[in-house]
Design a protein around this ligand. Sequence first.
Ligand SMILES: Nc1ncnc2c1ncn2[C@@H]1O[C@H](COP(=O)(O)OP(=O)(O)OP(=O)(O)O)[C@@H](O)[C@H]1O
Ligand SMILES: [Mg+2]
Length: 222
Amino acid sequence: MKKVGVVMAKGGAGKSTLVRHLAVAAHQEDFATVVLDTDPQGTLQDWAERRNGQEPHVVTEYSTNPDRIAKAFERIEAAGADLLVVDTQGQHSPIATNAAMRCDLVLIPMKPTPEDLKAVPATIDMLRLHKIPHHVVLSQCPWNTPRPKAEAYSLLNKLKVPVWMGAIHLKDAIPSSWIAGETVLELEGLSRAEEKSVEEFRSLWTWVRRELGLKASQPVSQ
Ligand SMILES: Nc1ncnc2c1ncn2[C@@H]1O[C@H](COP(=O)(O)OP(=O)(O)OP(=O)(O)O)[C@@H](O)[C@H]1O
Ligand SMILES: [Mg+2]
């Protein structure tokens, strides 16, 4: 089982959004995918309740006890998952660190804003300390100006932080899809502009899949 964590010690950066879209993208390619919600806010548990049992399933583990997190990973792997996608809370927490330490790859969503840029180094320091492979993913980028994105890339490059070369832009359909218990990957009747969001999430998943060494539509169960 491959494990992807989504971590950023700041609220509202786009963690839960990335988790649900990556999990659905993987599920749509026939990978047996499970979401682990470790954020006591329960954003993805609430989302799952709106899905009426549709896969990918969401499992919760809010304990700060590292053994409980480890056991949750083991249970999910033993149940035959190919991929685990882990949501974490938006602050420094032993839960997020314990989950990240067990992941093959950690994504750090970040809005191209000074506030999010300020929050990134502490998250990166934790990941570097534990030698966890990681990449920043620019999230909630405005469509009408490239400047915030360009400035964020430039600052992240100065900090020598690896960054996914795509970006996720702002789109109203993203919060509405949470309310519907879906993702933009599952909505019907999308406009051309909304389809660009779908392309962004699919492109991110394809990149993640390759980073994890998984072949398209050939799930592994080891
Ligand atoms: N690309 C986007 N376009 C529009 N809205 C977005 C986008 N990404 C996220 N959002 C919205 O921004 C809000 C915060 O996103 P999300 O819940 O994913 O952040 P988070 O990092 O998980 O926050 P928290 O730290 O509180 O758990 C949500 O309402 C979400 O629907
Ligand atoms: Mg969240």
